[in-house]
Design a protein around this ligand. Structure first.
Ligand SMILES: [Zn+2]
Ligand SMILES: [Zn+2]
Length: 405
């Protein structure tokens, strides 16, 4: 939880416990193909996979890209309801949305049960997703066959226009504009609404309207932002993807509250995604760039939408003692400058204690001073805020940055 909320809502702790809260985790955010290029490390290289835990304990998994393997390796069976259930929605059958399936360890555990939802593809016919499983696991493409997959699997066909209930949650599916078809999903939970609309291209009047229906008033609207607006108009027209600008337009038009830019192009370096995010933030107030490991909670008192990054990707750290000057922009959009001491440093980043609350995914200018041969030398680094935690010092918060140069 963000320190700011702890500070300003500390007195409401008792009330907080009764508020329905949903938790959305990003396990894979890259489009088309996984990337292992170090220049894409910060936002992450796994292909689409999201997890939403609704207040009633129902676990939803959105898409089965390579991020699904990571989810499987940290698997904790869903809890909350009497019979914990996992419902997996597959938007379409392009590789980047299915390639994690054979590597999802919980599928090989007998007592697990999964409900899969996807559409009947005209290229595959009946039981499309079941066929995808079998084809992926067929020899010689994979070393073990289907009989090893012991978990119970139930398959349900859905189409654009369908709406149904799972536990306390209402799910709506709509067709999106993408080669060979793609479904977008809207999940309404008592804590808030998440609209997931990856792999879509604007320009088809009917399907543009479907997209707006999915996004309408959503607390979190996750939209395809693979290309720049310039690419979308020229070299990448017809490829089935969208841009940050289209996401902003739809969010504005439909009253969606927070926009999450998703399905980053494999050729987009972290710097390029930074720039896409910066442009989107100039046009719309609440925008995040989907980032592997990011968790967004929904429905907490105070800020209804809170994003944070758990410390799962931290590098080797060393305690240090550098005087530093930090310049940045606060959550409220004001410039600040502050003197502090950096006490924890790694090759990639640092943990800095600050009184100001910088914006998550914003840039900080960190100037550190270290004694050198010719007296004190200063080192200027650009840091990017990846996490914000309550600090150990009173009145301070701990800000995790990754150095970008
Ligand atoms: Zn895709
Ligand atoms: Zn696709």
């Amino acid at each position: 939880m963000l320190a700011r909320n702890q500070a300003s809502h500390g007195g409401l702790a008792r009330k907080d416990m009764t508020a329905p809260i949903a938790k959305l985790s990003f396990w894979g955010v890259r489009g088309s193909t996984p990337t292992v290029d170090p220049a894409t490390w910060r936002y992450g290289g796994n292909t689409p996979c999201l997890e939403l835990i609704a207040p009633d304990g129902t676990q939803f998994i959105l898409d089965c890209g390579t991020g699904l393997r990571m989810l499987g390796s940290r698997w904790a069976a869903p809890s909350g309801g009497k019979t914990p259930e996992t419902h997996i929605f597959v938007t379409h059958y392009h590789w980047d949305h299915i390639q994690g399936i054979p590597f999802f360890a919980p599928l090989y555990v007998e007592n697990n049960e999964f409900h899969f939802y996807s559409f009947r593809s005209k290229y595959l016919g009946r039981d499309s997703l079941k066929q995808v499983f079998e084809a992926q696991m067929a020899l010689p493409y994979f070393p073990v066959d289907m009989s090893a997959m012991n978990a119970k699997r139930k398959f349900k066909e859905v189409e654009g226009g369908d709406s149904f209930q799972i536990g306390e949650n209402t799910i709506t599916a709509r067709w999106l504009n993408h080669p060979q078809g793609c479904l977008g999903f809207r999940i309404e939970t008592p804590a808030g609404t998440v609209a997931y609309a990856t792999d879509n291209e604007p320009g088809d009047a009917t399907l543009d309207e479907s997209l707006r229906e999915l996004a309408s008033g959503a607390d979190i609207f996750i939209n395809d932002a693979q290309f720049t607006p310039e690419q979308l108009e020229t070299t990448r027209k017809g490829w089935g993807h969208s841009s940050w600008l289209e996401g902003v337009k739809v969010a504005r038009h439909t009253g969606a509250k927070t926009l999450v830019l998703f399905h980053h192009d494999p050729d987009s370096t972290d710097r390029m995604v930074d720039s896409i995010l910066r442009q989107a933030r100039e046009e719309f107030d609440s925008v995040f760039a989907a980032s592997e490991g990011m968790v967004i909670t929904l429905g907490a008192p105070g800020d209804r939408v809170q994003a944070h990054m758990p410390g799962t990707r931290t590098a080797l750290r060393r305690e240090a003692q550098f005087n530093a000057k930090v310049c940045g922009v606060t959550e409220g959009g004001k410039d600040f400058e502050e003197e502090t001491v950096v006490r924890d440093l790694s090759l990639q980043g640092a943990l800095i204690s600050l009184k100001h609350l910088p914006r998550l995914q914003s840039e900080l200018q960190v100037t550190m001073e270290a004694p050198g041969a010719d007296g004190v030398q200063s080192m200027k680094l650009r840091g990017y805020v990846v996490r914000i935690d309550s600090g150990t010092e009173k009145g301070h918060i701990a800000v995790g940055v990754v150095f970008t140069d």
